[in-house]
Design a protein around this ligand. Structure first.
Ligand code: ATP
Length: 294
């Protein structure tokens, strides 16, 4: 039996006065998935998520979370952890008091010490929020998502301002939550993080999905890219190529391996070095760039 999706959005519309911000949007997130809701600025991601989180009423359409309306806060809210871009902890509270407050507000059970350990703030337990660095504040925000290991977790730009060690630690913690069965909804402008971790991506533009699917499904629509520099006076290339503004050669290919064979054969036969050679599959960045202004 296929279980009820954790999130089920059907023909969601959101308007601000005359402005139609979200247009007939439908998507589902299944149990255990990491779903990345991505998009251009102003695409409608925040508006959509606020509705799914129960903070905003839909203009029309239906939103179900665990099969219920997210506006039914008493039953749905304790099951979701929301890491906002800023949690707004009181600056006068200590880190430990803030984490304890998450427990009171969320009505989930956990040990404050365990949560402090997960977000690596044990050594700052007695420090006031106002005295934390930007990265430490962000890790405290992350505690709202981790506390009580909720079934559904929203991560809004979770790694902004974090150094590489803290980023890795955050993703390790997310991986552990997923092993325990949590479902994750991620928004981020760090596309490489979504590329590496999302099971599926909903890519929004101007209130609707431009594309939705796995990363492979999204990137398959664009060719892979090969870049390199050639010495002056090199013979003409045997493949269709363009020149980038910095003079590097750019070749696009839907058959990366075959094209590379042809290119390397040609370079070898002509005794040429392809300097700064890069070749790789299309990335989510490229899919974003291809959205254009349509
Ligand atoms: N309270 C509001 N009143 C009027 N318009 C709004 C309001 N909130 C959002 N909008 C508009 O709705 C559109 C969608 O905004 P939203 O914040 O959902 O986009 P987003 O995808 O989260 O954007 P970003 O990546 O820039 O944060 C934007 O054009 C925005 O200007």
């Amino acid at each position: 039996m296929t279980s009820t999706p954790v999130i089920d959005v059907e023909r969601l519309n959101l308007s601000y006065g005359d402005f139609h911000a979200v247009k007939d949007l439908s998507f589902q997130v299944r149990k255990g998935e990491l779903y990345a809701l991505l998009g251009t600025n102003g695409a409608g991601k925040t508006s959509t998520l606020e509705t799914v989180e129960g903070h905003r009423a839909a203009t029309s359409g239906t939103v179900r979370v665990f099969g219920q309306s997210p506006r039914d806060r008493r039953s749905v809210r304790p099951r979701m952890g929301i890491m906002l871009q800023e949690s707004g902890f009181s600056p006068d509270l200590t880190v430990k008091e803030s984490v304890r407050m998450i427990g009171t507000l969320s009505r989930r059970r956990d040990r404050v010490e365990r949560v402090l350990d997960v977000v690596d703030l044990t050594h700052k337990a007695g420090t006031k929020v106002s005295q934390l660095s930007g990265g430490e504040k962000r890790r405290l925000d992350f505690a709202t998502a981790v506390y009580g290991k909720p079934e559904l977790i929203f991560l809004d730009e979770p790694t902004t301002g974090l150094d590489i060690q803290s980023r890795d630690a955050l993703w390790d913690a997310v991986d552990k939550l997923r092993e325990d069965g949590s479902t994750i909804v991620l928004t981020t402008h760090y596309l490489e993080e979504a590329q590496a971790r999302a099971d599926r991506v909903g890519l929004m533009h101007k209130g609707a999905f431009h594309q939705e699917g796995t990363v492979a499904e999204l990137t398959r629509t664009l060719p892979a890219v090969i870049r390199f520099s050639l010495p002056a006076g090199a013979p003409a290339l045997p493949l269709r190529a363009a020149r980038e503004s910095d003079g590097r050669v750019l070749i696009e290919s839907f058959g990366l391996q075959e094209t590379l064979y042809a290119l390397l054969d040609w370079a070898h036969a002509n005794g040429l070095e392809l300097r700064e050679l890069e070749a790789g599959p299309t990335r989510l960045d490229d899919v974003f760039r291809a959205i254009g202004d349509d």
